[in-house]
Design a protein around this ligand. Structure first.
Ligand SMILES: Cc1ncc(COP(=O)(O)O)c(C=O)c1O
Length: 385
């Protein structure tokens, strides 16, 4: 049968996160912990940099790969953070981490190819592979005692002749898993051997506890390796609404990325890019404060869930999510819809993240301790009914 739109598009399911959020429209006293963003607005010093840029007339198109000052600031930031050389010609500014994901997959994915991805995983990554007509090939992380683990043999065995890339999101949304430096080294080696691309979504690289940054594939790679790093201003500097991110690639793809940016969004917003420079150069104290808040929040949620015999939760080493299972719960979507109506708490079912089995939920803990305590009180009351 002829479909009105491309079949792939017509067959795509709508986001369960949106479905649940839509259910809650008009409900009083909701505690929404479904979206993955900080509960506070962008700090004033970053906003002011954007406002000043607008006032100074930075309202025109920029070069497709971003204003040189920002690309330079990103390369300096990256070089200092990981203590590696970083050529600014490897940097491409994108209009969000999301568009960085789309562009990376547009470079590689077409019908008949697949991308191997450890799951659970943020659903938009799968969404881009689906839109492009490729196959999303999940490999499950396993919760062993308290920590999430990836079996590398299983990952490598999932690769076949049609695999174009391995896509790793570490620190991971939703589990908080962080791939160890040793595993990164092994995965990069495997990709080199097999001529595969490695796409690394490192947007939570700075949302980590007890360390300055998560291990990065950049620390192992040569500049010309088939490696794409996706990063974003959204999470570390509370800039989700600004839509600004960046890619790091081998520099031989500069012209290609110029074209991909042109056809996707023709450059990120100019004053947003200028504000990004301030975030990178003056944002460390703000980031350190946020990490302290999230760390307290993580400890609170973990301690409370650890005391509840119905709940099992892994220890999130990074990002700002609690991913947990509830014993006896078999339909996460139905549970979350019910929870919205009866307890006024907004969570997301694990199946949204391609979790291998139902019964899991995600809660975003980038919130005040007071809000989190109330939300958990309500959740526990609901579970005891
Ligand atoms: C794993 C992951 N990658 C990328 C993004 C995209 O962030 P943004 O498009 O706001 O830069 C998100 C947002 O939730 C995410 O969780």
């Amino acid at each position: 049968m002829v479909t009105e739109l491309r079949r792939t598009i017509e067959e795509m399911p709508i986001s369960q996160i949106r479905e649940i959020a839509n259910d809650a429209i008009g409900l009083d006293d909701m505690i929404p912990l479904w979206f993955g963003e900080p509960d506070i607005a962008t700090p004033e010093f970053i906003c002011n940099a954007g406002i000043e840029a607008m006032k100074a007339g930075r309202t025109f198109y920029t070069p497709n790969r971003g204003v040189p000052e920002l690309r330079d600031a990103i390369s300096t930031y990256t070089a200092q953070l990981y203590n590696i050389p970083m050529d600014m010609n490897r940097i491409t500014v994108t209009a969000s981490g999301m568009s960085g994901i789309m562009i990376s997959n547009q470079l590689l994915v077409e019908p008949g190819t697949n991308v191997v991805c450890p799951v659970p995983l943020w659903p938009n990554i799968r969404g881009t592979i689906d839109v492009l007509g490729g196959e999303f090939r999940p490999v499950p992380l396993r919760l062993i005692n308290d920590s999430w683990k990836l079996d590398l043999d299983q990952l490598f065995q999932s690769v076949d002749q049609q695999t174009r890339a391995i896509f790793i999101n570490s620190p991971n949304n939703p589990t908080g898993w962080i791939m160890s430096s040793e595993q990164q080294h092994a995965v990069l080696g495997f990709c080199r051997e097999r001529g595969l691309w490695l796409i690394a979504d490192e947007v939570y690289a700075r949302i980590v506890y007890g360390m300055k940054h998560a291990p990065s594939f950049l620390e192992h790679a040569d500049p010309e390796d088939r490696l794409i790093i996706i990063n974003s201003f959204s999470k570390p500097w509370a800039m989700t609404g600004w839509r600004l991110g960046w890619l790091i690639t081998p520099k031989r793809f500069g012209k290609t990325l110029e074209m991909m940016n042109e056809f996707n969004f023709a450059g990120a917003a100019t004053f947003t890019q200028i504000a990004g420079i301030t975030a990178l150069t003056h944002g460390e104290p703000f980031l350190a404060d946020q990490i302290r808040r999230y760390e307290n929040a993580r400890n609170l949620v973990y301690d409370r869930f650890a005391r509840n015999p119905k709940i099992t939760m892994g220890w999130p080493e990074g990002a700002f999510y609690a991913f947990f299972s509830v014993s006896g719960m078999t339909n996460g979507l139905a549970f979350c819809r019910n929870l919205v109506q009866e307890a006024r708490v907004g969570l997301v079912p694990g199946t949204t993240f391609a979790a291998p089995e139902d019964g899991w939920l995600r809660l975003c803990f980038a919130n005040s301790l007071e809000t989190l305590n109330t939300a958990i009180d309500r959740l526990e009351e609901h579970l005891d009914k």
